[in-house]
Design a protein around this ligand. Structure first.
Ligand code: FDA
Length: 317
């Protein structure tokens, strides 16, 4: 196939699929995570390799009036010791956030806590984390992964909310058809939702294939959630969608205090600062750690032009 003759939308789709497939490549992951070049490239989207790096990044954004959520990178863990080790990093984060008075919470992936091989183990580990968040006056956000875990993630969030109300929330993806019902289901229980577009590859039977439909659904869900009475995170860098939300605030249809914008570390820092300066709640998702490869590949899939950007900066520095 000659890529030069593909229409640009088709080429983009192809590149997105390529990076999503690469995000699952174990061989390339092992190689990249160990290489110095890989680490240097990932530093655009990853705050560093250690807990200290992440805490420093959180303190830096806090200084600019921006909150943080910390993500100790890692997913698809297949043994109990590894899952327990991953959780111990989160316990350390919760203690350090409190000790340093940071405006930060944590974001965790169930597959990093053993969900793929022992859901009961994952639930026990996450319940301990949410209990710790309750004791340290904090909050655990359960990130949403591929659709095979959507229902299990929502159901676990509901069970944990019953034990620790207000200390746990999850993420809904606007590309899934089911999300409109899930948004009502969670909002009716007062569960805090982060709304995102969705970063995984899903089949057309369950998800909108066209970006325009995802964007439209995102906007409808965002406006519904903002009026639901439950504080929600609008996770997007999409300026048109952000503008719609700001307009709703300016016209008095939505309270500023009903939501916060959430963005990824290293993406649209200008916009993060601009919104914070206008008095909007802004939270930055700060990932860190050695297991950065799948996360990094999904960021390239979202915006394949990032490859050129990274290459230019790599040779500049
Ligand atoms: P869209 O992809 O349409 O991008 C809009 C514009 O934003 C682009 O034109 C570009 O300018 C900029 N942009 C977007 N991504 C960029 C990137 N990687 N690099 C540079 N610029 C970029 N997904 C998921 O499935 N489960 C989850 O739990 C989460 N969690 C999450 C938390 C937070 C705080 C954010 C911001 C996002 C997520 N996501 C996620 C990822 C989300 O689903 C989605 O893939 C990305 O946010 C990109 O979508 P946008 O809404 O930014 O729009």
């Amino acid at each position: 196939m000659n890529l030069l003759f593909l229409p640009s939308q088709e080429l983009l789709k192809l590149l997105r699929s390529f990076f999503i497939s690469m995000s699952r490549s174990k061989g390339f992951r092992r190689f990249s995570e160990r290489s110095t070049v890989g680490r240097k490239l990932s530093s655009r989207f990853v705050a560093g390799m250690t807990v200290e790096d992440a805490l420093k990044a959180a303190a830096a954004v806090n200084k600019e009036g921006i909150a943080a959520t910390l993500d100790s990178l890692g997913e698809s863990v297949f043994d109990e010791a590894h899952a327990e080790h991953s959780a111990s990093i989160y316990h350390q984060l919760l203690d350090e956030i409190k000790a340093r008075h940071l405006n930060a919470n944590v974001s965790v992936k169930l597959s990093q806590m053993g969900m793929e091989f022992d859901p009961a183990l994952a639930e026990r580990i996450v319940a301990e984390m949410v209990k710790h968040a309750d004791e340290t006056d904090n909050f655990v956000r359960i990130d949403m992964e591929g659709s095979e875990y959507t229902e299990a993630t929502i159901a676990m969030t509901e069970r944990l909310t019953a034990r620790y109300p207000g200390r746990v929330g999850t993420v809904l993806q606007a590309y899934l058809f089911r999300t409109v019902n899930d948004a009502r289901r969670l909002a009716n229980q007062g569960i805090r939702i982060r709304l995102c577009k969705g970063a995984y590859k899903e089949p057309a039977e369950i998800a909108f294939p066209a970006k325009s439909d995802v964007d439209r659904n995102y906007t409808d869900l965002m406006l519904y959630l903002a009026g639901s009475g439950v504080f929600c995170g609008m996770a997007t860098h999409d300026e048109a969608i952000i503008h719609r939300m700001c307009q709703a605030v300016e016209e008095g249809r939505v309270e500023k205090s009903a939501f916060e914008f959430q963005m990824l570390y290293g993406v649209r820092r200008d916009l993060q600062r601009k919104l914070a300066a206008k008095g909007y709640g802004v939270r930055v998702y700060i990932p860190f750690g050695n297991e950065w490869y799948p996360y990094f590949m999904r960021r390239l899939a979202e915006r394949p032009a990032n490859v050129l950007f990274l290459a230019r900066n790599f040779f500049k520095n």
